[in-house]
Design a protein around this ligand. Structure first.
Ligand SMILES: [Zn+2]
Length: 345
């Protein structure tokens, strides 16, 4: 038998709680409706009513769609397909078209800032920064743009002035930056997605990106930032907590990191309680009922040692998770109250 076929079944006799509905209404503050990587919604073939029914069944009252794209064309499409038909259910975030930097040169930051104004006027309710920032985005000289590059200051300040929260995903799981060998805890995942390997060099080291991100959020204290995926560093909640302590304008979403949170349940539970005013729920896996229910199970129950994915084999590393049984007052804030404040819903 090959090691990759080894699929042990736990013989633990433990309880399984099915959480059909979340204990409080949920705002999904990080998700997608047309992302080729993380689920989505096949708008041309599936009616919107089907999506709304699914969200109702999942107890999701508001859904943040981060797929407004880079230019305005995709943003307009999402505003038209989703927002216009159910304005109270969807918030669509815009983006920055970094590819223009090469041809526009020094004029790029001002141009990008201008596009933000246009997107806001069209109906965008936030700005999504994708992980290419810090890993792939280059300036007119072909130089990698650092996350805390001062040339972009007008863009971040404008987001603050326009009241648009900036949801940032920089770096990726720490193991994606490590050598891909037998010690790498995400070896199987990187094998399936070779483009997710960011070994340094040529990529900047993980901590260089993270420290740049901290500089950025610190310098623009009047702009609200949301660090995606537990502040892009779910493996080190201590570090994320220190950044939350240092930056009152900073929030984190917990999307796509339930495997990380649930494998350090004591630390994670303390983190949720300590930073209960700064954490937003997000799924990131498209509108998927099974995923929502698994997320609710992790946050609400004290179930032990279960797969954080719906499938047989955990997708982000072969470990299992334990429920965090968060108190009601904490759950309520994470499910909706914090998002209401940050997203101005
Ligand atoms: Zn996402």
């Amino acid at each position: 038998m090959l090691l990759e076929n080894f699929c042990p079944r736990s013989k633990l006799v433990t309880k399984t709680t099915l959480v059909d509905k979340p204990r409080f209404p949920v705002i999904d503050a990080h998700n997608h409706l047309a992302n080729p990587f993380g689920g989505g919604w096949d708008a041309p073939r599936k009616p919107l009513s089907e999506l709304l029914d699914l969200l109702d069944e999942a107890g999701v009252t508001h859904y943040v769609d981060l797929d407004g794209g880079w230019g305005e064309e995709i943003l307009y499409r999402h505003l038209d397909i989703f927002k216009a038909k159910a304005p109270e259910r969807f918030q669509i975030f815009g983006g920055v078209d970094w590819s223009k930097w090469e041809s526009m040169g020094d004029a790029f930051p001002e141009w990008a800032t201008g596009r933000l104004n246009v997107q806001k006027e069209a109906g965008a309710q936030g700005l999504k920064i994708w992980k290419g920032f810090g890993l792939h985005v280059k300036d007119q000289n072909g130089q990698l743009v650092k996350v805390d590059d001062a040339r972009l200051s007008p863009l971040w300040d404008a987001a603050g002035e326009l009241g648009l929260p900036v949801l940032v995903h920089v770096a990726d799981p720490v193991a994606f930056f490590d050598p891909i060998d037998e010690t790498n805890e995400r070896w199987e995942e990187i094998g399936q997605h070779p483009d997710w390997a960011f070994s340094s060099p040529p990529f900047p080291p993980f901590m260089e990106i993270m420290n740049g991100f901290k500089n950025l959020v610190t310098r623009h204290s009047l702009t609200t930032f949301i660090g995606a995926h537990v502040g892009c560093y779910a493996e080190n909640l201590e570090w994320v907590g220190q950044m939350l302590d240092a930056c009152p304008n900073y929030y984190v979403d917990i999307s796509a990191r339930f495997g990380e949170l649930g494998r350090q349940p004591y630390k994670a539970r303390k983190f949720f309680i300590q930073y209960q005013d700064r954490i937003l729920y997000g799924s990131d896996m498209g509108p998927d009922l099974d995923v929502y229910r698994l997320n609710y199970r992790l946050l609400e129950t004290d179930d032990e040692y279960f797969n954080y994915n719906a499938g047989d084999i955990p997708q982000q590393g072969r470990w299992h998770v334990n429920g965090l049984f968060l108190p009601n007052e904490v759950l309520k804030k994470i499910y909706n109250e914090n998002a209401r404040k940050v997203l101005r819903i």
